[in-house]
Design a protein around this ligand. Structure first.
Ligand SMILES: [Zn+2]
Length: 206
């Protein structure tokens, strides 16, 4: 199952729980704020989170990690290009919202890596690198359930901002055309800041 948990820090952002119905184990994607509340939701539902996966290193996608680490030591994963964002308040933009934020000790992944649930190896998410909004932006693709967690690469009817440090508009459009909209038409796109959409619905804009 996939549960969207909107959280509010400086901005509102969609955090997602991706949980295997059989084992109740899963991943938490982009805990952007309210880490204690997200953990409370896990306890209430009996979810065991094996890993925290980040679509990119902007502060509104990582802001809940500090509170989560007060309670547990769930490992955090980000694209290898994202390490710079996790430790730099200028790059991750937290400096400009007066809420300096860094995350240390994250593990790194690359394009095409696959994350499998340790409790159920049939459940997996594939990393698809989609630079443009930031150099470290990725989407996590769940082929089995026709869903993709797309962060700030694409939204319902729009796309991510390319004006922040490291952003690149041409690269963003190329990523969307070549790496997002080439997924099957029925793929549901679950973004950081909009209602869900689908590959077929977004194709008309590109
Ligand atoms: Zn962002």
């Amino acid at each position: 199952m996939i549960a969207c948990a909107p959280v509010k820090g400086y901005f509102e952002v969609n955090s997602y729980f991706w949980v295997d119905d059989e084992t109740n184990h899963g991943f938490l994607i982009d805990p952007g704020a309210q880490g204690h509340e997200l953990m409370h939701l896990c306890h209430e539902n009996g979810w065991i989170i094996e890993k925290i996966l980040l679509t990119h290193g902007h502060f509104d996608h990582i802001g809940g990690i500090a509170a989560i680490r007060e309670e547990t030591d769930i490992p955090v994963y980000i694209h290898e290009a994202g390490e710079a964002y996790l430790v730099d308040t200028h790059l991750n933009l937290s400096r400009y919202c007066h809420c300096d934020m860094t995350v240390h000790g994250a593990k790194h992944f690359r394009d095409r890596d696959v994350f499998r649930l340790e409790s159920n190896l049939a459940c997996s998410l594939r990393v698809i690198h989609t630079p443009g909004h930031t150099p470290d932006s990725v989407i996590f693709y769940d082929q089995r359930h026709d869903a993709a967690f797309v962060g700030d690469t694409i939204f319902k009817g729009s796309r991510g901002n390319d004006q922040y440090p490291g952003g690149n508009g041409m690269q963003l459009i190329r990523s969307i055309r070549q790496r997002v909209l080439t997924l099957p038409d029925q793929t549901v796109l679950l973004s950081g800041h909009s209602d869900e959409t689908s590959v077929s619905a977004e194709k008309r804009y590109y």
